[in-house]
Design a protein around this ligand. Structure first.
Ligand SMILES: C[S@@+](CC[C@H](N)C(=O)[O-])C[C@H]1O[C@@H](n2cnc3c(N)ncnc32)[C@H](O)[C@@H]1O
Length: 361
């Protein structure tokens, strides 16, 4: 009989003692035999949560314009590489390729997705002849990118993170232990010894029980992406905050779980059955990014023009009611969702530019 992820985690804690929060999240999301994403969890209407690419193809159409802008700023080179990390089932890749950015005519689009289940449903080259489309499991598998862009929508919020809590005026690591005298699959949080915080947030000035995330993996991911890039940009889109702001807020606001489009249980419950996600502390990421809201970024890269074009096509083709007409009309509602300042429009876009030749737009 197959042993459940919960039972395996309980066994590991029994043998080795309480587990740090980071490896706990890592197992809950990515364990190959029971992690949330290995078991088929995903973004999308039929998935567990909605993201900008899953709203519709408009987000990808605007990103295609941004890619062309970065390609032109580098002198329109052949062999331009677009790397999309956290590509999921390939929804954004489909939208970008359908928008036909010129940079891909002689370039390539590489999807990076850790989940084998999601990679298996991604679009392939055969579906889009004329475009070089490929998929790998890890960013390092892409190799060096002499000129190109690396982008990731809602990746960093899903990378494993540690957790610290204030007790006795010091930061302590939050660990996961088995519930004493409970059945094998029940867990509780306990505090480890005192540790230094990942950012200068004075524990003595925080309320007892205040918490902060430790997002070293996110910082390493951005550094790795920048390290692979010769010239071009690394672009991150995500929900963000700062370490000190999170210390002042209830952790349940910034550390969330999702399952089937509903908020899930506390992260210690039912490992592997829910998404575990955290707001990204921008002050823990490498310096030097140009920062905008998603609404500002999409505005700067022509969303209004694409929506106007959609309205025009709809007016011309409404009487036909064909797919082209319906897609054009849907741009209006998609843009409302993508630009909503209290929702997706309020997300943060961070762009690290590698080259003095790239002009910011
Ligand atoms: C919140 S989903 C976002 C999916 C998609 N980008 C979107 O916006 O709809 C996060 C995705 O990142 C993937 N992922 C996690 N760590 C990764 C890594 N190191 N490299 C590539 N993909 C990763 C997960 O498997 C999951 O599909």
């Amino acid at each position: 009989m197959e042993i459940s992820l919960g039972d395996r985690l309980a066994e590991s804690i029994r043998d080795d003692g309480p587990m740090a929060f980071g490896p706990w999240v890592e197992a809950c999301l990515y364990d190959p035999d029971g992690g949330f994403y290995a078991a088929g969890g995903s973004a999308g209407r039929r998935g567990d949560f909605l993201t900008s690419p899953e709203v519709g193809p408009l987000f990808g159409a605007v990103l295609a314009r941004w890619m062309d802008a970065r390609w032109e700023a580098l002198g329109s080179p052949d062999g331009f590489t677009v790397v999309e990390a956290a590509a999921g089932s390939g929804t954004l890749a489909r939208a970008v390729v359908a928008a036909e950015p010129t940079c891909l005519t002689e370039g390539r689009y590489v999807m990076v997705e850790r989940s084998a289940a999601l990679r298996s449903v991604q679009p392939t080259n055969a579906m889009f002849p004329g475009v070089s489309l490929s998929s790998v499991a890890h960013l390092a598998d892409v190799g060096c990118i002499s000129h190109g862009v690396v982008l990731a929508n809602e990746l960093l919020d899903n990378l494993a993170f540690g957790l610290l809590e204030v007790a006795g005026g010091r930061w302590h690591e939050v660990l996961i232990d088995r519930e004493p005298a409970a059945s094998a699959g029940e867990f509780r949080e306990v505090l480890g010894g005192p540790v230094d915080p990942p950012a200068p947030v004075d524990a003595a000035a925080c309320d007892p029980g205040a918490r902060i995330p430790v997002q070293a993996e996110s910082a390493i991911w951005v550094d790795t992406a920048l390290g692979l890039l010769g010239v071009g940009s690394v672009l991150i889109v995500d929900y963000t905050s700062t370490t000190s702001a999170m210390a002042a807020r209830p952790p349940s606001e910034w550390l969330r779980t999702y399952r089937g489009h509903e908020r899930g249980d506390v992260p210690t419950n039912a490992p592997g059955t829910q998404d575990v996600t955290v707001e990204v502390a921008v002050d823990q990421l490498p310096d030097g990014a140009v920062v905008a809201t998603q609404a500002e970024f999409l505005g700067a890269h022509g969303i209004a023009e694409l929506v106007d074009e959609g309205r025009r096509i709809w007016e011309e083709r409404a009487h036909l009611g064909d797919l082209m007409a319906l897609r054009a009309r849907s741009r209006v509602t998609e843009s409302e969702a993508l630009l909503d300042p209290s929702g997706l429009g309020g997300f943060t876009v961070l762009e690290w530019v590698r080259s003095s030749k790239v002009r910011s737009q």
